[in-house]
Design a protein around this ligand. Structure first.
Ligand code: TRP
Length: 336
């Protein structure tokens, strides 16, 4: 008999066009994980509302993100793919979890503190409550495994704490999720300031490669990438610029650092940057072309959304009912 696969949950916010850092750190791994786990991949639109959005743009970015998941190889026949707001149990479980969460543990979150500064004109309760909604996403499906970038580790800790707290206060209910951090590429840095993470919200567009950049743009951005004055291609923590380019090249070509070093022995930064740009452009443009094909078929995309919603809703409503019962909410006979 086939062994039951562990359940895995992850999500990306439709808050902008993903960068190659999002691709490498999240979506690329999702594709590989589909065969080893029972995967549930969400589009975290409710999270996105914690900072100001242009409504029409958020709507468009939601379908675009779904098209991107598909173009990258997330397969609706293997994994459940759905839009967070289509399954109301996420918001409902977040409310229950709020009642066992302390303001102090949310106020000390690094991301909350960062975002409160960056969006000082819009510090809202949602921004503070963000990790609780994220905990609800994960716990609702009894996910045992959550692939997350380093920046989300603290949030995963809260999800674990809340699972344990709920289980202790009531009775064993939630699986306590484990985080897995992808080995390579978990840390793609800014092309302009390699001491900082590559981010789609960077004010300097040369700092990141978006998954919708065209070939010329990609190559131009790599040509301008900040390196150092040594001009030799080798991996060295004290030279974060060239090391970042090597990391990116390694992920896009499958070559190891040693292989890259020998391939480019005696070659200067200028030539290497162009080759990195070409390797990245090859794949990014291929994915973008596929994404556009999916976007042209709205009927198909809506079908994928509806199917994902149905599967997620079934699992989520079973779990939420269980939770409501445990905390003492009255469940009418017909809903049991
Ligand atoms: N907060 C995550 C991010 O911005 C996205 C996210 C929402 C998520 N819910 C999640 C990730 C649940 C993992 C599990 O990267």
């Amino acid at each position: 008999m086939e062994e039951k696969k562990a359940r895995l949950f992850s999500a990306v916010q439709p808050s902008g066009i993903p960068t190659i850092a999002n691709y490498i750190g999240a979506i690329k791994n999702w594709v590989a994980l589909q065969d080893s786990y029972e995967c549930i991949y969400s589009i975290a639109d409710l999270h996105t509302l914690t900072v100001r959005q242009v409504p029409a743009q958020l709507r468009q970015r939601t379908v675009e993100l779904l098209a991107l998941y598909l173009a990258c190889g997330v397969d609706p026949n293997k994994s459940v793919m759905f839009v967070q707001s289509h399954v109301p149990q996420h918001a409902e479980l977040a409310w229950i979890l709020n009642t066992i969460t302390y303001p102090g543990e949310l106020a000390r979150m690094t991301q909350y503190k960062d975002k409160s500064q960056r969006h000082a004109d819009n510090v809202n309760m949602g921004l503070m409550d963000y990790p609780v909604l994220m905990a609800a996403d994960i716990l609702l499906y009894n996910a045992e495994v959550v692939p997350v970038g380093k920046d989300q580790k603290q949030h995963l800790e809260i999800a674990r704490d809340l699972a344990v707290r709920f289980n202790n206060r009531y009775s064993p209910t939630f699986a306590v999720p484990e985080g897995i951090i992808p080995k390579v590429g978990a840390n793609v840095m800014s092309l302009q300031d390699p001491m900082h993470k590559m981010s789609k919200s960077d004010a300097n567009e040369n700092a990141f490669i978006s998954m919708a950049d065209d070939k010329d743009t990609i190559i131009r951005k790599f040509k301008r990438a900040v390196t150092d004055s040594e001009n030799s291609i080798s991996f060295d923590e004290n030279r974060p610029g060239i090391s970042n380019l090597m990391t990116i090249y390694s992920v896009f070509t499958g070559l190891s650092f040693a292989e890259i070093e020998s391939k480019f022995a005696g070659v200067g930064y200028g030539q290497f940057k162009i080759e990195v740009g070409e390797a990245v452009a090859d794949l990014v443009c291929k994915i973008d072309a596929k994404k556009k094909e999916y976007l042209a078929d709205k009927g198909y995309l809506e079908g994928v959304m509806a199917e994902g919603r149905e599967k997620a809703y079934y699992m989520a409503s079973k779990m939420l009912n269980k939770v409501y019962k445990k905390v003492g909410l009255y469940i009418p006979e017909r809903k049991k």
